[in-house]
Write a protein of this length. Structure first.
Length: 334
């Protein structure tokens, strides 16, 4: 790092996180590396999150606090990117926290290897207090091409957090507002823009599962939206694979795109959580795709294209009931 230039901007979108945000802020305040700024974007919280953030900003001039009306996590992160003044940026979710050495370690690795992205491992924090590493099986590597392809195919997690980025990578790139799977959608664009990427499996990031809610809402509409946004993300991955002439990756991404859109549209039958435009776009993709699919997905695909409305509604209802039961079982297991 050169001169007195601010090293890192840490961007944290906040929404109704009063039980966790203080812990996350503290983990940044106590970094062993001091040349950072913390940007807290409150996305229309209705609890005491804003009060906690305001107090932190009043106590430490490196902490900046901004309030906006509720627009979703992508809009909050984008607002943070617009404000960031650091040479590098890092994201943290409001219920997560980090090791006191994460900035010192990632900045040192970036400087040592002249890397545009340093990706580190993470621990998962469960509701019962148990902490375990999700990254213990990763392999430390400086093979940028391999890391990029593993991100493209989601062999490495596409979470936006747990990574140090050169800020210039985000020039002309922003998170897709309104999408649930925003991380999965955008990560390959950022990684393929990077010249050099390194991976370290050491778990410097703590990913909270303490406040997990079921991904199924009433009638399964949230789950349907999640599957549709999976489709949009994998379609984007497919386009990136084609852009870089990776035919094998393109085929794999196309298969994932097709699975997601067939699942989304079949689940949506009889519910209409998706708009007509979204359904038509999905059907257009299905018609033009030649991805190889398992038999049961092919059956659903053909039913969608043939518009067997009554049967689709019945199958959609059955699928939604099965998913809701599965989610309830998971919730009971804690």
């Amino acid at each position: 790092m050169t001169g007195n230039r601010l090293a890192v901007s840490i961007i944290v979108p906040c929404y109704n996180a009063e039980n966790f945000i203080g812990r996350g802020i503290s983990s940044i305040i106590h970094q062993t590396r001091p040349d950072w700024e913390l940007i807290l974007i409150d996305d229309g919280s209705t609890d005491s999150t804003a009060v906690i953030c305001q107090k932190a900003a009043a106590e430490d001039k490196r902490v900046h606090f901004v309030e906006q009306k509720n627009q979703g996590v992508s809009a909050a992160r984008n607002a943070g990117l617009d404000m960031a003044k650091g040479q590098y940026v890092m994201f943290m979710d409001s219920d997560d926290y980090v090791s006191p050495d994460i900035l010192a370690f990632t900045l040192r690795e970036a400087d040592k290897y002249d890397a545009d992205i340093v990706m580190v491992g993470h621990n998962r924090v469960e509701k019962n207090g148990r902490i375990h590493s999700d990254s213990a099986h990763w392999i430390d590597t400086e093979n940028s091409a391999k890391i990029k392809e593993d991100i493209l195919l989601n062999r490495l997690p596409n979470f936006v957090w747990g990574k140090l980025y050169k800020k210039s990578l985000w020039d002309n790139i922003r998170m897709p507002v309104g999408q649930i799977m925003e991380d999965l959608y955008i990560m390959p664009e950022v990684f393929y823009k990077a010249r050099r990427v390194i991976l370290r499996k050491d778990p410097y990031y703590y990913y909270s599962h303490e406040n997990e809610h079921s991904i199924m809402s009433e009638a399964g509409t949230h789950y349907i939206r999640r599957k549709y946004d999976h489709f949009l993300a994998w379609e984007n991955h497919e386009g990136i694979a084609n852009q870089y002439n990776n035919q094998e990756a393109s085929l794999l991404c196309a298969q994932k795109s097709m699975r997601s859109i067939v699942r989304a549209l079949s689940l949506d039958a009889g519910v209409c959580a998706l708009s007509d435009a979204e359904r038509n776009y999905g059907l257009q993709y299905i018609r033009k795709s030649s991805a190889l699919l398992p038999f049961h997905i092919c059956v659903l695909r053909d039913m969608l294209l043939s518009n067997h409305r009554r049967l689709l509604k019945l199958l959609g209802k059955i699928q939604r009931v099965l998913i809701e039961r599965q989610q309830r079982r998971r919730a009971r297991r804690g």
